[in-house]
Design a protein around this ligand. Structure first.
Ligand code: ZN
Length: 130
């Protein structure tokens, strides 16, 4: 991993079995100067998403944005440059969800293997189980 001083957050997820996994996220603060369309003006949540869009004058687009945290809804006409940034954020969100899913799947599989091994050791799995 690179040696930069990016901020990171750790989220702890407890699986049904009691096993705990930690999900570490690194945030680059390159784009913190202006909040961007993905930031809710009401609650600062960074998960604002477009729910409707239509072409507007010039190369602009009219968007309806919605915050899933506080249910804020806003409309506005935006330049493609702003939309590009929002799109990038949305893509990053999808990537983050997929990575989390992959980690969860892996952790769940590891957990099942552990339990299977434990059951074998305790003679709880017999030939007639197959
Ligand atoms: Zn909000």
């Amino acid at each position: 991993m690179s040696q930069n001083s990016n901020q990171h957050s750790v989220r702890r997820i407890i699986l049904p079995s009691g096993r705990t996994i930690e999900v570490v996220r690194f945030h680059d603060d390159v784009e913190h100067a202006q909040p961007g369309l993905h930031v809710c003006p009401q609650c600062d949540c960074e998960l604002v998403q477009p729910v409707a869009w239509t072409e507007a004058a010039g190369e602009n687009w009219e968007l309806t944005l919605r915050c899933p945290n506080c249910m804020w809804v806003g409309e506005g006409v935006y330049h493609p440059r702003e939309l590009e940034r929002l799109e990038k954020k949305l893509d990053q969100g999808v990537d983050a969800i997929l990575r989390d899913l992959q980690r969860l799947t892996h952790a769940n599989m590891a957990d099942q293997v552990d339990r299977f091994v434990e059951a074998l050791r305790s003679d709880l799995i017999l030939p007639e189980d197959f």
